[in-house]
Design a binder for this molecule. Sequence first.
Ligand code: FCB
Length: 453
Amino acid sequence: MLSAESATARAGRGGVMFSFDRRDFGPEFIFGVATAAYQIEGGQGDGRGPSIWDSFSATPGNVHNGDTGREACDHYRLWPQDLDLIRDGGFDAYRFSFAWPRLIPEGTGAVNPAGLDFYDRLIDGMLERGIKPYATLYHWDLPSALQDRGGWMNRDIAGWFADYATLVAEKFGDRLHATATINEPWCVAFLSHYLGVHAPGYRDLRAAARAMHHVLFAHGTAVDALRAAGAKNLGIVLNLEKSEPATDSEADRDAAGFGDALFNRWYLGGICKGQYPAELTEWLAPYLPEDYQRDMEVVSRPLDWLGINYYTRGLYKASSQPGRPVERVEGPLEKTDIGWEIYPQGLTDLLVRVSREYTRIPLYVTENGMAEVEGDDDPRRTRYYEDHLKAVLAARAEDADVRGYFAWSLLDNYEWAEGYAKRFGLVHVDYATQRRTPKSSYRAFQGLLHNTR
Ligand code: FCB
């Protein structure tokens, strides 16, 4: 371990620095940053079709301040300087997403040549700078034309998604270091079809049950399509939480178990074991697609790696309301600017649990980071990263095969229902001028990563 003093000297600048050295992670460990198309690209002319986030965000009451992704970080134009920031930070890899409606404006059928050109240049730009491209096919911007046909509630989405996956594999597959099908299926299904917080904003148990299955069936179908088109190194990105009981009572412990099934085990069990948790198949029985069991072999297609996004824990108590299975309560720990408890131990616990109970394929932390108040001096964020990177080391010491870590996010960006109010970036964005200013947390990564690649 280097002392904090020598790490600071190496970075050539004051401020909070990491206490460890990148060599503590081994020479092969990948450090990266992550973003998503709708949150940064803007550039909605140029042939891009409408997505469910365009209409959802244009509907009053859905998004803080009525913010939309129309301009976002104007990454569509400014991508060269954004890639320079990734390179200059010393990062090995960039996790980005393709916008389905930019490539196929109606979701199926005709391809937008300007969209192909954009991702061609972006991927070549990464390779020229020595940055490994980690692509995600779906980070929530479903083409509106497909929502009109039922979106994730319609089983046909598996075929639509597989065709889109094939296009990506054929055009870009040889240049991608890794490809994930779906980002955070819990959000795609439950948050967006039961809680109504994200597009398309449904609050309906049948809609949710169908989306919960179809999102994983579409994932497996796309894995087959990607493999058939020659794409390599395939995975999926799950958001996992550490589900814990609010008190030690049996009722609260049961509630945490149900929360764990809903948030974690549905997806881990489906993908790694071809099996959904019994308490959920019972609860959802009247609403699940008929014969969903027949799809489980496709749902659980072997993968090359598993991505885990981790931010916080979930604290549960038994529900006092009829029909509502569990309730989440606010916890007592220090919180980030978005109100999420800071809980690094949960990351160690999850990584160890996944590697012991679910899979031995390589794991990546594909997102981790915190919202902090605006400014470019963010020592609390550096500490958050310090503590979570140590949590990764602790998981590796317990034999979890974690091969990489991606910070969320490179830039302050469009934080979905929170609009531009919540800032997760290592780099500050002034939305009026689109000026980028590296924060002190970016400098801390620079200090960690530079000259040691
Ligand atoms: C994750 C999303 C990502 C970002 C972070 C804060 O759930 O994948 O797009 O919004 O949360």
